[in-house]
Design a protein around this ligand. Structure first.
Ligand SMILES: [Zn+2]
Length: 303
């Protein structure tokens, strides 16, 4: 009996303390890079996710479908069971276009993406720009609500695009690039961001949340994916489905704030107690310094 109680206790402790994250991959289908062609990169994502038994969500821009077998690649993601979701037709910032132009971008993307078998009405704001004025923010919120969408929010950014750019530029210059070190940096940024958000959630909201990691369909994510997953798991992170993440009750309601570019959890905290959290990595110079410090390429690979 005591053994049984202990087992139940251990089980309930491990359930309560499980740190959960879903993987979401933006800007698909991105054109080929210097590590993978577009189709090869898609194979790599599908193979690793299948091996690790993970379902991901791909937030797509149909303006990219005519390059590098783009349309067929999205079919392959859907056939592998991954979610296809809306990231606008051509990736504008809501800060640069009118609300009605933006709404048309959402509709145009849907008219194409809805033909994929795993399409869901989840919307990811390009650049995480959700509106700089309350009027614009609310106009798009209403448009999404009226069209049956949920906000495909993120909680954590890993800045993979900065690492990927650096690596691509160095490779283009024929510099020797240490991809394992690039993967270490990416893994560290994943962990730093997730742990930081976990700490904030507990401190400001008194609870853990199921997180959503923002990734991109680029070479470095594909190349490092197995290592990134292993590092998350070895640090106690359980990778869950995007559907589970988007049913987290703490993150469900749209927060009444304009502090929206730092992810959903930061926005909810801002609306709750006024704290405006920004990651120390939300700074391109910091990231560039880190890339150089870690000797990912022999010299500064930026032009
Ligand atoms: Zn994007």
């Amino acid at each position: 009996m005591i053994k049984f109680i202990c087992a139940v206790l251990i089980l309930s402790i491990s359930v309560a303390s499980a740190k959960e994250v879903a993987l979401t991959i933006d800007d698909a289908p991105l054109s080929g890079g210097l590590i993978y062609s577009g189709p090869k990169r898609t194979s790599r994502f599908i193979d690793v996710l299948k091996k690790e038994k993970i379902q991901a969500a791909f937030f797509c821009n149909p303006s990219r479908l005519n390059q590098d077998d783009g349309a067929a690649r999205l079919t392959r993601y859907a056939n592998a069971g991954h979610i296809i979701a809306n990231h606008t037709f051509s990736h504008p910032s809501l800060n640069q276009v009118t609300a009605s132009e933006y709404a048309k971008e959402i509709e145009r993307a849907e008219s194409i993406l809805s033909s994929y078998s795993t399409f869901k009405k989840w919307f990811r704001f390009p650049f995480l720009h959700e509106g700089r004025t309350i009027e614009k923010r609310d106009a798009i919120r209403k448009h999404l609500d009226d069209s049956g969408y949920i906000n495909g929010y993120v909680t954590t950014d890993n800045y993979d695009y900065v690492i990927n750019d650096f690596v691509q530029k160095a490779m283009k210059k024929k510099l020797k690039v240490d991809l394992d070190r690039a993967c270490d940096m990416l893994s560290d940024l994943n962990l730093f961001g997730l742990e930081e958000q976990e700490r904030l959630a507990k401190k400001h909201l008194g609870t853990s949340v199921t997180q959503v990691l923002l990734m991109h369909e680029n070479d470095i994510e594909a190349f490092c994916l197995d290592k990134s997953i292993a590092k998350l798991r070895s640090n106690g992170w359980k990778i869950v489905s995007p559907e589970r993440a988007y049913s987290d009750p703490t993150l469900k309601a749209a927060p009444n704030t304009l502090w929206l570019d730092q992810g959903r959890l930061a926005a909810i905290i801002a609306a709750t107690d006024g704290t405006m959290y920004k990651s120390k990595w939300e700074n391109i110079n910091e990231l560039q310094r880190e890339l150089i410090k870690r000797k990912i390429a022999p010299t500064d690979a930026t032009p």
